[in-house]
Design a protein around this ligand. Structure first.
Ligand SMILES: Nc1ncnc2c1ncn2[C@@H]1O[C@H](COP(=O)(O)OP(=O)(O)O)[C@@H](O)[C@H]1O
Ligand SMILES: O=c1ccn([C@@H]2O[C@H](COP(=O)(O)OP(=O)(O)O)[C@@H](O)[C@H]2O)c(=O)[nH]1
Length: 237
């Protein structure tokens, strides 16, 4: 079997982790995603992960109610640490060696991010989970995913999200929107396809990193796509 990508950065949406709950973390969902990572790792793929925080907190929610955006973003970044610890717990339970590296140092809780440390853990065969986004307000975990993908030398950035690819319009709002199999980074930007923020797509374009958008809700889909099947949109040069 040919594996499409050997070193992958997986972005796990915060919202995916809440399952049907409406808020917080559904442990059964975190366990299932850990199982999917395990399956993909068994294919021989090196995997690191960026987790979102939208299931707990988004900075814009504070700003929209008249609060300070930067404080809101700090809260959002802390939310990603909670999710990262949950995912590490789920991976550890099934015998996968995983480590959380935070962009915001909190040494009693997890290791701090540096590229060198991240690469060493990856070389040792560990799943590296990046927490705290980029460590800066006004960014998103999608941008953090593109950044870490570049730093890790990932050959693809997989965005595991609520939908199974990029559509001509938001499929949640436009039911007859059509799905693309392949796009270029420029097409995503020029058509204003809002599945990922502009900063993330531009960073991936600059570093020639393909982006694979797929549904994180489909069990086994991650490894099916890695093996050449599955449903996704692949964005490449
Ligand atoms: N052109 C598009 N194609 C696919 N999804 C889109 C598009 N435009 C907007 N979306 C929406 O973007 C959402 C994913 O973005 P976001 O909420 O940032 O995800 P995540 O929480 O996974 O980071 C999808 O759930 C979808 O409703
Ligand atoms: O580099 C970053 C990454 C995230 N955030 C904050 O963390 C929240 C959660 O991240 P995101 O919305 O990207 O999570 P997801 O949509 O993937 O669940 C964001 O709303 C921001 O407030 C931030 O300030 N800087």
């Amino acid at each position: 079997m040919t594996i499409r990508f050997k070193r992958v950065l997986l972005k796990v949406s915060g919202e995916a982790l809440m399952g049907g709950q409406g808020f917080g973390i559904d442990v059964a969902v975190a366990d299932r995603i850990a199982g999917d990572i395990h399956e993909a790792k068994a294919l021989g793929v090196e995997i690191s992960v960026v987790v979102g925080g939208g299931n707990i907190f988004r900075g814009v929610a504070v700003a929209s109610k008249g609060g300070d955006r930067v404080t809101g973003d700090h809260m959002g970044m802390l939310a990603t640490v909670i999710n990262a610890l949950a995912l590490r717990t789920s991976l550890t339970k099934i015998g996968i060696d995983a480590v959380v590296l935070s962009a915001i140092p909190m040494p009693e809780i997890c290791e701090s991010f540096s590229q060198l440390v991240a690469l060493k853990h990856a070389e040792a065969g560990r799943v590296v989970i990046f927490a705290g986004g980029t460590g800066n307000p006004f960014f998103t975990t999608d941008s953090a995913a593109a950044l870490r993908a570049a730093e890790m030398g990932a050959t693809a950035l997989f965005k595991g999200t609520q939908v199974d690819g990029i559509y001509s319009a938001d499929p949640k709002l436009v039911p007859d929107a059509t799905r693309f199999d392949r796009l270029t980074h420029d097409e995503v930007l020029n058509k204003g396809l809002a599945v990922m923020d502009v900063t993330a797509v531009a960073l991936a374009r600059e570093n020639h990193i393909p982006i694979v958008v797929f549904s994180i809700h489909e069990k086994g889909e991650f490894s099916r796509i890695l093996s050449g099947g599955g449903r996704s949109t692949i964005v490449s040069d």
